[in-house]
Design a protein around this ligand. Structure first.
Ligand code: SAH
Length: 208
């Protein structure tokens, strides 16, 4: 099976798992995940599994990428803040579904290689930052959507503060062993938290 055919099989599996947003499914179908994994793992790029990338980090499992992106309920008009650029795969999916992505990564080599790859593939609506994403990125705030792709010990207040009224944030919270993926919505000063599923991410590493 060609990689394109494998991408179709993956998308059918995500549909069966309950992903309904056709824009999300289409973005996953056409994004070349093989470009975001190490060369030695190219043949496994469309397996529905997380895979190791540089610097002991991981590219997230397609199921979780789909679930998190769907939960942001993007209509194409948003600026999305992403914490944990990693391989840049989730960034690429977001870039196709919103107006602009502001992405923050704390490991410089990953930040640089993701920027090079995403620029080469042709995404031009992404702003790249190197630093501690637990602080958010105040200059672009407030954000209609925030996605965190590393697990926080507790909900980072600075990120909540950068969420727009009516904004959505998707974030894994918990210990290294047990984490819950939450969808956090803000209405005025009210914060509403909904559990989406259990998950397993690499830790969000922060000074405070
Ligand atoms: N979305 C990425 C996931 C990468 S794993 C992908 O699918 O490839 C999570 C990433 O979060 C790692 O690259 C890790 O370095 C980064 N990270 C961890 N703590 C961070 C922090 N405080 N600020 C920014 N990035 C962080």
């Amino acid at each position: 099976m060609s990689l394109r055919e494998q991408a179709d099989v993956l998308v059918r599996q995500l549909k069966r798992e309950g992903i309904r947003d056709l824009n999300v499914l289409e973005a996953i179908r056409r994004t070349p995940r093989e470009r975001f994994v190490p060369d030695a793992l190219r043949s496994r790029a469309y397996e529905n599994t997380a895979l190791p990338i540089e610097a002991d980090q991981t590219i997230s499992q397609p199921s979780i990428v789909a679930l998190m992106t769907e939960a942001l309920e993007l209509d194409g008009s948003e600026t999305v803040l992403e914490i944990g650029t990693g391989s840049g795969y989730q960034t690429a999916i977001l870039a196709q579904l919103c107006d602009r992505v502001v992405t923050v990564e704390r490991i410089e080599e990953l930040a640089n290689s993701a920027r090079e790859l995403l620029t080469e593939i042709g995404y031009h609506n992404i702003e790249y930052h190197f630093g501690d994403g637990a602080q958010g990125y105040q200059a672009g705030a407030p954000y209609a959507a925030i996605i965190v792709t590393a697990s926080a010990a507790a909900l980072p207040q600075k990120l909540v503060n950068q969420l727009a009224d009516g904004g959505r944030m998707v974030i894994p919270v918990g210990s290294e062993a047990v984490q819950i993926l939450y969808r956090v919505t803000r209405h005025g000063d009210q914060i509403h938290q909904k559990e989406l599923c259990r998950c397993r991410f690499v830790p969000l590493i922060t000074e405070n």
